[in-house]
Design a protein around this ligand. Structure first.
Ligand code: ATP
Ligand code: ZN
Length: 283
């Protein structure tokens, strides 16, 4: 079978998590050092290490079959690629920000103002949606210093914590677009067997990340309360303990309501609660 090629970022914010995801899928390969391409030894896949900006274009043209990249980059390059799977990392928001003492109060106050950004396409589409005419100043890096230098009245940039904005005397003003890392594919790949296998592995890794394996001990008389609280993959496994009248309950619960559930389990009589990470969940 012909190998598929997947493009991932060679260094930067998405590199480590992209590599980790593929490794968690059981793929064995050498991480990027100096070669642009590496072969997975136990799966029909080659990995291309690229700058993130180049990934959507490579996939669109079919030079790579698959790619892992931020939605922001896909939108900015306006590439025609298929969204295959959200990956839950690389989360960030593209925001408009203005100087702390700015007189801009409303989106419409941006009319006639200048906005510095590295994302001119996304910003232009956003402004068009709100019928705003502003002057977009495209700059490639350190966008947050533009207002201080008198280059622009506002900026549009990726913000995760807001610390950089603050230290440059800026405050967030409006969200333009949320983004996370996505697995994308070229057209016509949907039925490919290698892709189906890879997608299944990725999904089982993602499912496992959202859930925990929980083991706890409880007196038999309290068991109905506990099982009611736990709606696992199926019903929980109940195993008798050496001590008369006690059982161990094994189940899988979602990370989301983790703490809420643990406390409710404790008040329902659960003891010796052990929580473990899960590597994969195969449905
Ligand atoms: P490259 O050298 O590959 O072009 P880059 O400098 O353009 O890298 P990075 O800063 O490594 O890009 O960010 C890659 C992606 O990570 C972004 O496009 C975005 O989707 C995501 N990301 C998540 N959090 C942040 C953040 N705080 N700042 C910037 N990007 C972020
Ligand atoms: Zn980039």
């Amino acid at each position: 079978m012909k190998n598929l090629k997947i493009a991932i970022q060679k260094s930067g914010r998405l590199n480590e998590k992209s590599v980790q995801l593929l490794k968690n899928c059981g793929l064995d390969f050498e991480n990027y050092k100096s070669s642009l391409i590496t072969t997975v030894s136990n799966f029909n896949l080659e990995i291309l290490f690229l700058r993130d900006d180049d990934i959507p274009g490579y996939v669109e043209e079919g030079i790579a079959d698959l790619g892992i990249v931020g939605e922001n980059v896909i939108d900015e390059t306006e590439s025609k690629v298929t969204y295959l799977q959200r990956l839950g990392f690389g989360k960030c928001t593209l925001k408009l920000a203005i100087p702390k003492d700015s007189d801009i109060q409303d989106l419409k106050d941006l009319n006639g103002k200048s906005i510095a950004t590295s994302y001119p396409v996304i910003l232009q589409n956003f402004l068009a949606e709100y019928n705003i005419q502003a002057d977009i100043q495209e700059i490639s890096g350190s966008v947050e210093i533009a207002p201080g230098l008198g280059l622009s009245d506002a900026i549009c940039d990726i913000v995760s914590t807001g610390g950089t904005l603050k230290s440059n005397g800026l405050k967030p003003f409006a969200d333009v677009r949320k983004s996370e890392a996505i697995l994308i594919g070229r057209d016509g790949l949907e039925e490919n067997e290698i892709l189906c296998e890879l997608l299944q592995r990725i999904q089982s890794v993602l499912r496992a990340k959202e859930t925990k394996y929980v083991v706890l001990n409880v007196e038999k008389s309290n068991l109905p309360l506990i099982t009611e609280l736990l709606h696992g993959v199926k019903s929980p496994t109940v195993v008798p303990l050496a001590e008369e009248g006690w059982v161990a309950v094994h189940t899988v619960i979602s990370e989301d309501d983790f703490w809420g559930k643990i406390n409710r389990l404790k008040s329902a009589g659960a003891q010796g609660i052990v929580v473990m990470p899960i590597e994969k969940i195969i449905l």
